[in-house]
Each structure stands twice: as C-alpha cells, then as structure tokens.
Design a protein around this ligand. Structure first.
Ligand code: FAD
Length: 449
C-alpha cells in the first residue's frame, strides 16, 4: 500500500511515523521547505523560540507518550508546572480561572451577588443555553460572573459580541460540559493552586521534537517532498495521482490530508465559484506575533499573561525565557512575544509599517502594572493569515457541510487542525488524530490481507 500524506505538521508527521514503523510506503508532501508546520521553532537573537505552540500537555492522550519515547534524552527537556495568570483591571489572578480564587477576588458582597445571580439563572432563566456563548456560560456560572470574567476576553479574541459566538466555543475551551462532580472537585483542588507538571518543553525548542520524528520517518523508509505544495489530484482506474506530470508526484492508494480543506478541494478540481459557495460566511482572525527582547529581571515570572483588560490590545504575552533556562538572547536578555488577534481591516494588520505595531506594543506594556519599566530593544514579527476560524453561530453547520463534502471523497482521510477547522486544537490533539488515522488505515489494510 502506498500512502501520500499532505502536510508535514504534527498530525502528518505522527501518522507518517506510525505507518512507516509498520513498513508502509509513505511519501509526505509539504509546501514549506521545513517540517513541523505551526509547531516549528526558529532562531532569534541567538536563541530558539517558538513560531506557535509553547504548552505541550501530556495529560489527556496517554497514547502520544509512546510516540514521543526515544525522541529526546531526559537531559534535553524539562517537565514543568504551568505558571500562567490573567491580568484584568490591574489585578493578577490564576489562569485557567479557579473558582476559589474568583471568590476571594470578589469579596463577600461580590460573592453573594454572584451566588444569587447563579441561583436566579439556574431556576428562572428561560433562555436556551445553546443560543450563544453568553446564554451558555451564564446558564453555568450566572450572568454576573460571565460579565466579569468571560465576556471581555472572548470578545477581544474573536472581535465580535459573545451573543454572536457559538456555545460550542465555551464547551470546548472551558470544559463547561464537565459533570457537576468534576466542577466540585475543581473547586476543592483549586486550593492547591499549583498547576501541573504534565507540561513538557525541550531545551532546543518544540521544533526539535518534529525534526527528530522526521529523522525517524526517513530511517524507516519514508520520503519527504519539501517545498512541494499539493497542486492537483487526479483519480483514474490505476489509483490516485498527486501532482501529475511533476517529477515530485506519483501514484498512491490512499491520501491523508492535513492541509486546509479549501486547498484539498481546489486540487481536486473544485472551481473558485464553488469553493466560495461552500465556504461562504466563514470568517477568520489573523494573528500578529510581535517578538521582542528586553531586560525583564523579576518583573514577569509567569510563562504567560492572559490580558483580559480591554485597554490592552494584545491578548497574550509570553516570556520564552521562563520556559527553559537556555532561552536568553546572546546578550543575556529575555525574549517575549505579544499576540495580536486581528480582523482583515484592523490597522495593525493592514498597515505596512512595523512602526505601528511597535507603538502599540509599547503602549500595551505601559498599561500592564509591573511591566511599565520594560524597554523593548529589538523586534521581530510573524503574521499568520486566517490563523483561527471565528466560531460564530453558523460555525458548526458550515463545518458539518465541509466535512460531508470531504468525507464523500474516496480514499482520502482528512485530519488535523486544518481539516477540523478547530480553534483549540493542540499538539496533543494533533498527535492523537495522527495516531488514530494511521491505525484506521493499518486495520483496513490488515483486514484486506
Ligand atoms: C499561535 C499559536 C499558538 C499555539 N499554541 C499552542 C500551545 O501552546 N499548545 C498546543 O498544544 N498547541 C498550540 N497551538 C496549536 C498547535 O500548534 C497545532 O494544533 C498543531 O501544531 C497542528 O498541527 P497540524 O499538523 O494539524 O497542522 P499544521 O501545523 O498547520 O500543519 C499543516 C502543514 O500543511 C502544510 N500545507 C498547507 N497547505 C499545503 C499544501 N497546499 N500542500 C502541501 N502542504 C501544505 C503546512 O505548510 C503545514 O506544514 C497553537 C497554534 C498557534 C497558531
């Protein structure tokens, strides 16, 4: 059996690794010249920093640990406790929000107000919780807490009112579909406030994991075609041909696609007008990652600050130096990154001048108590177009429509962050989906034999 994998991100690499270990012929087609997708690392000011993900959580999918085994020796990575906080109205509090922490912040009168409001919502609200994020979260924690702790950040991230955001977002992100038992457990465990040691970070950056996985795939006979974007897929009696006529193409029995569905459908011959119709209404948020170096000292001990405050345009500030001791610039400074989530027409996105981003960044730092003294010295920017699909009210319907379209195509399986179009799809989920699709293919092949 010959398998083509489209995309050498975490999902594609994991699937390729499992299939090649079982002796399957695998060829990976990747548009970029480097593997790793969003989870690549890059060199900046003498240190390795992350293009995207920083938190690799090993809690939820035990099966990924087996795949990671042997890739790094124990002195090449650390396991650490996550230290992340919310910054709102000049106050720092735990992130993810912890109920007891919230109660302490609200004080006696605020807590009573929140409690009465919660009972009112539970007993008397006639609003359908599935209507939108506002209705859903209010039905779970009451309107008072929703307004105080949930609305501003969600609206900053998505650039639209919570009434226009799908309730699915809250369910996935916050886990409000947990049982009440778990919620109660969460309240009591929050006393400890110690985070978790389940996070994993390689000294040489996340990218080293995927580079090593790439080496394992090559050793097991897998072939990489780097800098080769998928252009065309043709079906005929002899199988499926990728990029026909190109020396970097070939015939395959099965395709695993981890690239955006829109590129897959285009390669299958769908016209621009058809694509426009099928994807109509889907809006995205673009991302600008503004890296800078600075003397931080003890001003920011956290890995990340989640900036709920509406007076700050950035949504998350991360300090790479706090992830591992080696992440200092060659002149001994900290490296940080501020994330800006932007609409197509936002000035920060449309402007060709980096000066505007620098000005915004300095203004934002100036609004964060404790970080006012930080003086950014050098800058580096990454723009990610269409980084996150906005989970608006029609989001799930559109997703189901596209899933039905791609599921109808024989011998093509779509997996990973791009095919699921999900906003909270982590590296752990990406690996788990790569494992699942590889196992499905192996089982099918064995049953045929
Ligand atoms: C800013 C940011 C922060 C994040 N933070 C975290 C975090 O802290 N923790 C966490 O677990 N996850 C995080 N994530 C999510 C995580 O990075 C992704 O879920 C994971 O890396 C997705 O892997 P993937 O292989 O599914 O997709 P991708 O990484 O997108 O891989 C798809 C690959 O397909 C290639 N491709 C695209 N089009 C074509 C084409 N036409 N032909 C051939 N190849 C093509 C791309 O170049 C890419 O290499 C973050 C994501 C972002 C954007």
């Amino acid at each position: 059996m010959r398998i083509a994998i489209l995309g050498a991100g975490v999902t594609g690499l994991t699937a390729a690794s499992i299939l090649t270990q079982e002796g399957v012929h695998v060829e990976v087609f990747e548009a970029q010249s480097q593997i790793g997708g969003i989870a690549k690392s890059f060199d900046l000011w003498g240190a390795k920093v992350e293009f995207g993900p920083k938190f690799f959580d090993l809690t939820y999918f035990p099966e990924i640990i087996h795949e990671l085994e042997g890739l790094l020796s124990s002195d090449e990575y650390i396991r650490y406790e996550r230290n992340t906080q919310i910054y709102s109205d000049g106050i720092l509090s735990a992130y993810p929000p912890r109920p007891l922490n919230l109660i302490r912040q609200l004080g006696p009168s605020g807590s009573i107000k929140a409690g009465i409001d919660l009972i009112k919502h539970r007993l008397f609200s006639k609003e359908n919780p599935e209507k939108n994020v506002s209705a859903y979260v209010s039905s779970k924690i009451g309107g008072y807490l929703f307004e105080k702790y949930f609305r501003s950040y969600s609206e900053k991230i998505w650039g639209c009112p919570c009434e226009e955001i799908n309730s699915h977002y809250a369910k996935l992100l916050i886990g409000f579909n947990d049982s009440y038992f778990n919620k109660i457990k969460q309240v009591f465990s929050s006393q400890k406030g110690k985070g978790t040691t389940s996070y994993f970070f390689p000294d040489a950056g996340m990218g080293v994991i995927w580079d090593r996985l790439g080496e394992r795939i090559t050793t097991n006979g897998g072939i990489f075609h780097l800098g080769i974007p998928l252009k065309k897929i043709v079906y005929d009696d002899s199988g499926i041909t990728i990029n026909p006529g190109s020396p970097e193409g070939g015939k395959f029995d099965q395709i695993i696609s981890t690239i955006p569905n829109i590129f897959l459908l285009k390669a299958l011959g769908m016209t621009g007008a058809e694509l426009k119709r099928h994807f109509a209404g889907q809006r995205f948020r673009n991302l600008i990652l503004a890296y800078f170096k600075a003397e931080v000292g003890n001003a920011m001990p956290q890995h990340c600050l989640y900036l709920y405050d509406k007076t700050i345009k950035g949504v998350r500030l991360s300090n790479f130096t706090n992830f591992t001791k080696t992440k200092k610039t060659s002149d001994g400074k900290d490296i940080l990154v501020m994330e800006y989530w932007l609409d197509d027409n936002d000035e920060l996105w449309t402007s060709s001048s980096e000066e505007i981003i620098v000005r915004q960044l300095k203004q934002d730092l100036n609004h964060i108590a404790g970080l006012k003294e930080i003086k950014p010295e050098a800058f580096h920017f990454h723009s990610i177009k269409n980084a996150y699909p906005i989970p608006d009210i029609k989001y799930l319907d559109r997703l189901a429509h596209i899933e039905a379209l791609v599921n109808d195509i024989p011998h093509i399986k779509t997996v990973g962050r791009n095919s699921s179009n999900a906003f909270n799809f982590g590296m752990d989920t990406a690996m788990a989906s790569g494992i699942q699709v590889a196992q499905e293919i192996l089982q099918k092949d064995y049953s045929r034999a």
